[in-house]
Structures are given as structure tokens and as C-alpha cells.
Design a protein around this ligand. Structure first.
Ligand code: GRF
Length: 215
């Protein structure tokens, strides 16, 4: 089976990148990481990519703090294209995308967020959940649109919030689910099982799976 060529954008630790690299190396997702691009020169994620033998590229973000400037975004698109990227996966990439990448990869940019969207978008989602006092939170993989964490939802996983949770314990519980559902969502896209209808993402049964037998 043809493997989906994914470009991963990172800014830091890269544990989600690692989960994707590991599942890809094990051959249990139909995904290759074609290139990893970081806006932070010493991001640990770049080291993880190099160790896995994947091209690791630092591209300066330009003159803004929360987004790429137009020139930088052009260079990101060029680099992704040069590596034959079909889908762009944001994994702890700390900048908002604008028209450059979103136009070039329309409907093919995905993100992982550490909350059950649409609750707690933006920064510090785990802290927002703790402070709000919700009993459940979780992780969401979604398509990226021009808003902040607002695009159509592909997969979610819920985790309980315990009374004695700290930011660290809750974040760790959520992260475990992130590492499970992000590779899974990319695999669904790779197998062409995902379609977007308005705000809803529909997931087809796997090829060859029959209908449920009657009860
Ligand atoms: C994760 O919690 C992810 O949901 C959020 O940023 C964090 C990145 O962690 N978008 P890592 O770099 O993948 O370890």
C-alpha cells in the first residue's frame, strides 16, 4: 500500500512526533514522516527526527511572535513541497498559520490539541480544564482552518479529571491519549477513510469490513 507522506511542524519537545515516528517505523500506520520542520532552532523534536533518519529542518519564523511572516511561510511551503509532503501535521507547533500553508495544503493540515474541543481552545488547555473544574477532558485531532483550534474534528479521546490532579498528572494522562490518537488519525487519512462534510468529519469502515450482522 502507498504510504502517506506527512510533513510534521514542531516547536519543542516532540513527543507526538516520536509517537508518529515509532508507529510508522513499526509499520502499523501507512504513514512516512517525509520531513520535520521547526521554527525553533534547538527544539528537541529536531533531534528526534535526525535520530530516526528523517530530514530535520530549522526555518526561522520571521518577524512576528505568534505567526509566520509571509516570506517565512513561503519557505515552509517550498520545503514541504521539496519533500513531497501530502499532509501537514502540526505537533506542538506554536504559531498560527495563515493563507500560505493553508491554501497550498487545503483540507490537508491537521493538529493535535490537549482538550476536548470546542472546550478550552488556545494555550494552556490542560490548565483551563483544571481551573474550570470539568470532570472529563481529553485530546482532539482536527483539521486546521484559519481560526484557533476551530476546524472539523477527526478523532477525540476523553480522560477523567481526578480531584487530586495537578497540571503535570493531568497533562501526562492526556498526552498518553494524544500519542494514541494522532498516529491513528493520520492512518485513517492515509487509508482514504476520512471525508469532510461541513463541520463534520465522516470516517468510513475499513475496506472489506462487512456490515454488522443482524442482532
Ligand atoms: C501537546 O500537548 C499538543 O497537544 C500541543 O502541544 C503539545 C506538544 O507536545 N499542541 P509535544 O511537543 O508533542 O511533546
Amino acid at each position: 500500500m502507498k504510504r502517506l507522506q506527512v510533513g510534521v511542524l514542531v516547536s519543542g519537545r516532540g513527543s507526538n512526533l516520536q509517537a508518529i515516528l515509532d508507529r510508522s517505523a513499526d509499520g502499523d500506520i501507512a504513514v512516512d514522516v517525509a520531513v520535520v520542520v521547526s521554527d525553533v532552532e534547538d527544539a528537541h523534536a529536531l533531534e528526534r527526527a535526525r535520530r530516526a533518519g528523517v530530514p530535520a529542518v530549522y526555518l526561522p519564523p520571521g518577524r512576528f511572535r505568534t505567526r509566520l511572516d509571509d516570506e517565512a511561510e513561503r519557505r515552509y511551503v517550498e520545503t514541504l513541497d521539496e519533500h513531497g509532503v501530502e499532509v501537514v501535521a502540526l505537533a506542538g507547533f506554536m504559531r498560527i498559520l495563515h493563507r500560505g500553508i493553508l491554501d497550498r495544503f487545503a483540507g490537508r493540515v491537521v493538529n493535535i490539541h490537549p482538550a476536548l474541543l470546542p472546550s478550552f481552545p488556545g494555550l494552556d488547555a490542560q490548565r483551563q480544564a483544571l481551573e474550570h473544574g470539568v470532570k472529563w477532558t481529553g485530546a482532539t485531532v482536527h483539521f486546521v482552518d484559519a481560526g484557533v483550534d476551530s476546524g472539523p474534528i477527526i478523532l477525540q479521546a476523553a480522560v477523567p479529571v481526578a480531584d487530586d490532579d495537578t497540571l503535570e498528572t493531568l497533562s501526562a494522562r492526556i498526552l498518553e491519549e494524544e500519542h494514541r490518537i494522532y498516529p491513528e488519525a493520520l492512518d485513517l487519512i492515509a487509508r482514504d477513510r476520512v471525508s469532510i462534510e461541513g463541520r463534520r468529519v465522516l470516517i468510513r469502515r475499513p475496506e472489506g469490513a462487512g456490515e454488522e450482522p443482524p442482532a
